[in-house]
Ligand binder design. Structure first.
Ligand code: ASP
Length: 458
């Protein structure tokens, strides 16, 4: 049995939905179909989820925006009409929003999630009707009836362990199940969504629960590429990646597959297959258990700008027991999550994501370092870009760091910091944000340029 998930761009209009239908119909093992909300039809279009957030915000702020509601209704109406669905199907959409508008029993964060979840929920109902109309026996099953239980953390749901057992029965289905992605239900019955892009997580949870042979994740690219196609012209596709490599790459900006979605599949060793709805014949990318060494030393190069480095220096820091703990406690008290901490003998650099702290918060942290820890120097700098080179093959090769460093030096880019764990699956370089594209292109040429394409790992 396969669990198959379609992203928003695969479900944006009736043309896309016809492709989805053909893909599902062409393989009888595709029994559980997880769907996103309708996405963008073109690059300047709006995603239904974004519209729902606008609508929810207007409702919460007491100035309900009828114009946004209209845009959402038009999206579903167009799809229903083009697919020639029975009028009842669209009627359900209209009634759903009418009821939601009248809800006054939910606090704002739960109301927001109820709106956000509508995008996938209504789409799943609509798609189930469409499949049946086309002669494919299908039914809508949602998180409430199937008991996909999640934590009571609006916008950041985590699946509860017992859900896996509850969802297991879905494997007995004869009909195709169309399941809305992106949300679950708390034990108290409230709708709570995963983080953005979270339909991938739903698919992975279901794949785990029903012990799927494969989790197919259909999106709008032929494969995951070794570098971002937004930066490198026609980068090479990746055939196979290990779970660890994918985790490292998505940490640093590879957004094809949601980072949190890997875990449920990892637990059961279920292969994740990233495929293209617009080109289902393309071989796609497999994300698998174990070590898969690519013919190149490096499997992928990712980059993520906008980090902040907070520098702290104190003479004889290495002798002062508990110093780093005190530094970290200050971040914990300020509620800021830390990403990396490269250290020297007398200094440490704490790296955080730019969006996690305001300048005021950072200034206050620096002041606390002086006041509470008696440091010699403390400061913060925004605009750090982390470049991650990932590859299980690196451990077998000597000189990869040197190649990276000399490529950056040749390109006149200064390395602000460097970090590599002993597992050697990835190495991380910090450079200034403005050099991101230049660095990625130079590194791509170094590791994947034509003459290096077939380099063999010793
Ligand atoms: N529709 C949701 C979002 O845009 C979830 C998803 O598509 O995976 O974030």
């Amino acid at each position: 049995m396969k669990v198959i998930k379609f992203g928003g761009s695969s479900l944006a209009n009736a043309t896309q939905l016809r492709k989805v239908f053909n893909i599902v119909k062409s393989d009888s093992s595709r029994k559980i179909v997880v769907v996103s909300a309708p996405g963008k039809r073109s690059s300047d279009d709006e995603k239904v989820t974004d519209l729902l957030i606008q609508l929810a915000t207007s409702h919460i702020e007491g100035n309900y925006d009828e114009e946004v509601l209209k845009k959402i209704l038009v999206r579903y109406k167009e799809i229903s009409d083009e697919l020639e669905l029975k009028p009842e199907v669209f009627e359900l959409v209209r009634i759903h929003f009418k009821n939601l508008k009248e809800r006054n029993d939910l606090s704002s964060e739960y109301l927001m999630d109820a709106y956000k979840a509508s995008g996938e929920d209504l789409n799943a109902r609509l798609i189930a009707s469409y499949f049946n109309q086309e002669g494919l026996a299908a039914k809508y099953v949602g998180p409430r009836e199937a008991k996909l239980w999640v934590s009571d953390t609006p916008g950041e749901a985590r699946v509860l362990e017992e859900s896996y057992h509850e969802l297991e029965y879905l494997q007995l289905t004869n009909e195709v199940i169309v399941f809305p992605g992106f949300y679950g239900v708390t034990k108290e019955g409230k709708i709570v969504t995963f983080s953005r892009g979270g339909s991938d997580i739903t698919g992975s949870i279901l794949a785990n629960a029903v012990n799927a042979d494969e989790y197919e994740n259909f999106t709008d690219v032929d494969a995951i590429y070794v570098a971002s196609p937004k930066i490198v012209h026609k980068p090479l596709p990746i055939d196979v990646l290990s779970y660890t490599e994918m985790r490292e790459l998505s940490y640093a900006g590879f957004s094809v597959f949601h980072t949190e979605a890997l875990l449920p599949s990892i637990k059961k060793g279920i292969p994740v297959h990233v495929c293209n709805t617009n080109n289902p014949e393309a071989s796609g990318t497999y994300i698998m258990k174990g070590k898969v060494t690519s013919p190149n030393v490096i499997s992928g190069i990712a980059s993520s700008p906008g980090f902040v480095s907070i520098y702290v220096k104190k003479y004889l820091m290495n002798h002062e027991i508990g110093f780093l703990r005190k530094v970290l406690t200050i971040f914990e008290e300020e509620g800021i999550s830390i990403e990396h901490i490269p250290t020297g003998i007398d200094d440490a650099t704490i790296i955080i994501r730019g969006e996690d702290a305001t300048d005021e918060q950072l200034e206050s942290i620096v002041e606390r370092f002086y006041a509470e820890l008696d440091v010699d120097e403390a400061s913060f700098t925004r605009g750090l870009c982390l470049i991650m080179l990932v590859g299980e093959g690196m451990v077998n090769m000597v000189g990869t760091t040197a190649r990276v460093a000399s490529t950056l030096a040749r390109t006149q880019i200064n390395i602000e910091l460097y970090n590599q764990g002993v597992s050697e699956v990835s190495m991380m370089f910090g450079i200034l944000d403005q050099y991101e594209k230049k660095a990625i292109r130079a590194l791509y040429d170094e590791f994947f340029g034509e003459e290096k394409e077939y380099q063999v790992v010793e």
